[in-house]
Ligand binder design. Structure first.
Ligand code: XMP
Length: 211
């Protein structure tokens, strides 16, 4: 299943792309670029136009009280899931979970993730298994790590893998390794024809999952 990472600034462009690719995707993820470019109201607008669940990728990493204050506003704005960092500790993560569903970062997809976050991935998996978030983020650029995280993670916790396409990860390899959702940004919104790019990816993913 495909999650569109809609990292554009402009409201009109975001709405147009979302409507164009709607039938090929399962969720929309908004990150700081779109929130800063178009305002927090874009979450509800996208949700109403497409009928899709919305992920707010804020990667919250603050003390429990501040996490709670921010998350309250973001859930009120229509987000169904918020992406949060686990390295700040259980209390900070739980503060958000008390208000709504979360997706917790276990390991990131960029090269720098090997410096600090990969060495503590086991501890983050342990926290995830204890608090049972809706999902975790694992690196689509490293299928062997996705496979490991799948093996260590409690059943039922979904795995989301960014890093597919522009960062070099393969959709098929991430899914084979155990990802439930692939997160794709530039490969779709940066394409000359986003609808066609989404359709191609959808067919690739579907062919693999039914084959
Ligand atoms: P691209 O254009 O690279 O966009 O397909 C990927 C989207 O996903 C976000 N991203 C991550 N989010 N952990 C996360 O929580 C990660 O390891 C990670 N890698 C990429 C990125 O910010 C963009 O929105």
């Amino acid at each position: 299943m495909i999650v569109l990472a809609l990292d554009v600034y402009e409201r009109e462009r975001a709405l147009r792309i979302a409507e164009d690719v709607r039938e090929y995707i399962s969720m929309i993820k908004v990150n700081w670029p779109l929130i800063l470019g178009s305002g927090i109201g874009i979450i509800r607008e996208l949700k109403e136009r497409t009928g899709l669940p919305m992920i707010a990728d804020l990667k919250l990493a603050d003390i429990p009280n501040t996490n709670r204050l921010v998350a309250k506003k973001v859930f009120e704005a229509g987000a169904d899931y918020i992406i949060v960092h686990g390295f700040v500790g259980r209390d900070s993560v739980r503060a958000i979970m008390e208000l709504g569903e979360i997706i917790m970062v276990v390991e990131m997809s960029h090269p720098g993730a090997e410096e600090f976050i990969q060495p503590v991935a086991d501890k983050l998996i342990e926290i995830a298994n204890e608090i049972e978030p809706f999902g975790v983020i694992a690196p689509g650029t490293r299928p062997e790590r996705v496979r490991y995280i799948r093996k260590m993670l409690k059943k039922g916790i979904k795995i989301f893998t960014p890093g597919i396409g522009a960062q070099g990860g393969s959709a098929r390899k991430a899914l084979e390794a155990g990802a439930d959702y692939i997160i794709v940004g530039r490969r779709i919104y940066g394409a000359e024809d986003p609808r066609r790019a989404a359709e191609e990816l959808y067919k690739e993913v579907r062919a693999w999952s039914s084959g």
